[in-house]
Design a protein around this ligand. Structure first.
Ligand code: GLY
Length: 316
């Protein structure tokens, strides 16, 4: 296929799928979620339609959602039990299997930018906490104060949650509140896949708790020989199933992403009592979107169509 707009030949029709979290998104927040995922789509698609890489597209899409206070990523994220924002993010390149991840960072507005720098400019895959922040600063990413990431809505949410918990018998293994982790997966004109995920984690988490989102194969995975996946939801069960890699492996053995995504969420619920959602793409551009939460915000674009939704993947 010859793409006259970019003056180069491309062998694949690009596809981009983004999500903005899976939970019981209240009616009065539906519009903000749909706008958020559509804005993310616009930024990521701009890259793909100019002949850019899947890797750049997922990074740009995720940055938009990190900047949007609607989501549990970047500014506006859930607070940990000490009232701080602690962020995790991962980006992965399906062509090379290179990946970059950050965990428990407190002074980065866009942790996915730091993750991308790690992927491109470091022999390592992960940096956490102060080491990650130092790496980011040394690579030209400005640091902020943690207070810059905290918004009044989240301070109120944390205080209300802690007051409620103080009246209840503690249950260490009860489902945790996790909303609005964001992610993107893409196939570009060269046939390369990429995935990215970013989160503020779970409400009232212990300081230092790392979720699934920045762990390879759990919150995110990309391999041209199998598929690209980004998950959202309660991280601990997702980690136990290594859900993104679990799904990519099934795609590699020939299953259709639409079915694998549904099967992944069934596994999540039946094996480990988990909740959440997944977006999944194969190297032919076939995709799946599934969740077992009341709602999940997503947006999908191919050269033929764009669709977005919040109720369930059945609307595609
Ligand atoms: N899935 C986000 C988290 O549990 O940290």
């Amino acid at each position: 296929m010859w793409d006259s707009s970019v003056g180069k030949s491309s062998s694949h029709n690009p596809v981009l799928v983004v999500h903005g979290g899976a939970w019981a998104i209240p009616d009065d927040m539906v519009e903000a979620h749909l706008n958020g995922v559509r804005n993310a789509m616009a930024a990521g698609w701009r890259v793909l339609e100019q002949g850019g890489s899947a890797l750049d597209a997922v990074e740009e899409a995720v940055v938009v959602m990190e900047d949007d206070e609607t989501f549990d990523a970047g500014r506006g994220s859930f607070l940990n039990r000490e009232g701080k924002v602690q962020l995790d993010a991962l980006i992965m390149d399906g062509a090379t299997l290179r990946a970059g991840g950050v965990g428990c960072v407190e002074r980065l507005r866009n942790p996915i930018r730091a993750a991308r720098k790690i992927l491109s400019e470091s022999p390592h895959v992960y940096f956490v906490a102060e080491g990650a922040e130092r790496f980011a600063a040394e690579h030209g990413i400005p640091l902020c104060q943690n207070e810059d990431l905290v918004i009044p809505r989240e301070t109120r949410r944390l205080l209300e949650f802690q007051a409620r918990m103080a009246e209840q018998k503690p249950d260490l293994f009860a489902p945790t509140i996790s909303h609005d982790t964001v992610g993107a997966i893409a196939l570009d004109g060269d046939g390369d896949l990429a995935a990215a995920t970013s989160t503020g984690g779970t409400l009232n988490k212990a300081p230092g708790r790392l979720g699934d989102s920045s762990l390879i194969g759990c919150g995110c995975y990309a391999d041209n020989q199998s598929g690209a996946a980004s998950t959202t939801g309660w991280g601990e069960p997702i980690m136990k199933l290594v859900l993104a890699k679990w799904s990519a492996d099934r795609v590699a053995s020939g299953s259709i992403p639409e079915w694998v995504a549904k099967e992944a969420i069934t596994q999540l619920e039946e094996r480990v009592n988990g909740h959440g959602g997944i977006i999944l793409l194969d190297s032919r551009g076939r995709f799946g979107i599934a969740h077992n939460t009341p709602r999940m915000a997503w947006c999908l674009k191919t050269v033929e169509k764009q669709s977005s939704g919040i109720e369930c993947s059945g609307g595609l």
